[in-house]
Design a protein around this ligand. Structure first.
Ligand code: NAP
Length: 263
């Protein structure tokens, strides 16, 4: 269903770099107030400055989405400012997984990934749903991953968080559609961002952050429940659970990777 897409207040988490920064820059236009969330104040400010040159108003707020107190402070600050997002893009995420030479990711890494990529995403959007429901309108986009369909042996918790987000988003979509709130899930393949640079291994069909941001914005305006890209990889990822397991493992062998350790 094609709809007019003209958000007035758009909140983007993980807007300080990578895909979130590209989304902010693509959405920056007169009439759109961008609320940019991340942990790195300086980086957020430089993305804000670019968005302002394109005519958008911006509010940059430091918030760790995995920290409950931070989320509460964020909600209170936006309330005080009277800023109620009509589009929330929950994009913040981290990639942790098996490091070089290790057999598996650590338990700490698994916990951290789930707490940012899944619990944090749910906690962030929950801040804004009551107002959207009251207004009878609003839009939420979760940035998941093709790993939601085709789990990565080298990043199990990341895959689980993204599958959880896909499932959560679809459930929320069904619950909120009758109340005028649209929920969608985007599933990107490989995107050239600082996160991707920590993925040491092959990244077939990688696209730029700008191109991914444009595809996501098109997807949001079309209102589809789930959309993945690039389309060939999306098709393969969706098929992955239907093909014989050994055949899939064989096909994925050249995509095995490790994650660079945090410096
Ligand atoms: N790159 C890919 O190939 C790819 C593929 C599929 C899906 N994705 C997904 O796309 C999203 C964006 O990824 P990206 O590639 O742009 O990664 P990125 O370059 O590492 O950027 C991640 C963003 O998330 C923010 N962030 C991380 N932890 C946070 C926290 N606890 N609280 C608030 N903000 C936090 C970071 O900002 P601060 O450091 O300032 O907090 C940064 O702005 C992620 O959800 C990722 O899983 C990426």
């Amino acid at each position: 269903m094609k709809r007019t897409f003209a958000p007035q207040v758009t909140l983007i988490s993980g807007a300080s770099r990578g895909l979130g920064a590209a989304l902010a820059e693509e959405l920056a236009a007169p009439g759109n107030h961008l609320v940019l969330i991340g942990r790195d104040a300086l980086a957020l400010e430089s993305v804000s400055a670019i968005c302002r040159t394109k005519g958008a108003k911006t509010t940059a707020l430091v918030c760790d989405v995995s920290d409950r107190a931070d989320l509460e402070t964020l909600g209170a600050r936006l309330d005080t400012a009277g800023l109620y997002p009509d589009l929330v893009i929950s994009n913040a995420g981290i990639l942790l997984g098996r490091t070089e030479g290790a057999d598996l990711e650590t338990r700490d890494a698994a916990r951290a990934v789930l707490s940012v990529n899944l619990v944090g995403a749910i906690g962030l959007t929950a801040l804004f749903l009551p107002h959207m429901l009251e207004q009878g309108r609003g839009q939420v986009l979760f940035v998941s991953s093709l790993a939601a369909f085709a789990p990565l042996a080298d990043a199990p918790a990341y895959s689980a968080a993204k599958a959880g987000l896909l499932s959560y988003g679809l459930a929320l979509r069904q619950a909120l559609a009758p109340r005028g709130v649209t929920v969608q899930v985007a599933c990107p393949g490989y995107v050239a961002t600082p996160m991707a640079r920590r993925h040491i291994g092959s990244r077939p069909s990688e696209i730029s952050a700008r191109s991914a941001a444009r595809t996501i914005i098109r997807g949001v305006s079309r209102g589809r429940a789930v959309f993945g890209f690039p389309s060939a990889l999306y098709g393969l990822a969706r098929l992955s659970l239907l093909v014989p397991e050994r055949l899939w493992w064989w096909a994925c062998a050249r995509l095995r990777f490790h994650v660079a350790e945090d410096r």
